[in-house]
Design a protein around this ligand. Sequence first.
Ligand code: LIP
Length: 271
Amino acid sequence: MHDDLTAITEFAEETAIQAGELIIQERRQGSMEHNYKDATELVTQADIKADEFIAQRIRDAYPGHRILSEEAMPDLTQAENLDTPLWIVDPIDGTVNYAYGHAQVAVSIAYAEEGRVRTGVVHCPFQQETFMATHGQGALLNRMPIEVSGASNLRQSLIATGFPYGKDEIPTLIRRLERVLTQCRDIRRIGSAAVDICWVACGRLDGYYESVSPWDFAAARLIALEAGASCGHFSAVPDGYPEDLWGRDIIITAPGIHSALGALLPEPVAG
Ligand code: LIP
């Protein structure tokens, strides 16, 4: 089962960089036809083209593997099937940023065996930055080692989070944001979970929390773990579901502030 992980990481890196070139060209050519999933979630033609490009490369190189991708009718139960290797792909994380011409956009490609993410690549084409990690081999930014910050005081920490396309949880999220913002240095809302988490991995942020989809965070979470981050959830992970791929209520921080931030996130129990 254990294909050569270093070769897989290098394949994912090459694929992500090539997909990054594709989405840069698509934006330059202005072919920014917008569509909406469920009438709220933006998807562009570049999403579709990059997703098809990545999926075809994976199918050609690893025909027996499965692919869980944001743009290919995702079936989240795939994450619970541990029999064959699984690729977790977000062709454009930070879709709204992409559509508005912002730079914080990522191609995210993760590879998992038996529910554990073993390699991850997050390529930010507009910033010419490639974050990557192979299980047990550390984390890299443009092939140079990275590590989390030494933050140990929440009040002096910079925390990132984000908000879903749907609006029904906003009141709870705003109450949570108020608890965090009154206890930390400041908040950042960058618009891409993959970028948020990789910035924790390299010390540009001290912590991150959010609920997102597996393809948004799977690769970046491994990169953060390999860079020394503490990764967890501030609510229960369903029994038997791989925690590496469970995206609800995730918290990823420099070790020194993990418990302090984690204590603020659950909704206080009335009483
Ligand atoms: C995005 C996430 C981000 C979240 C956005 C959106 P997308 O993913 O990366 O953390 O706050 O609402 O879900 O839609 O750009 O792939």
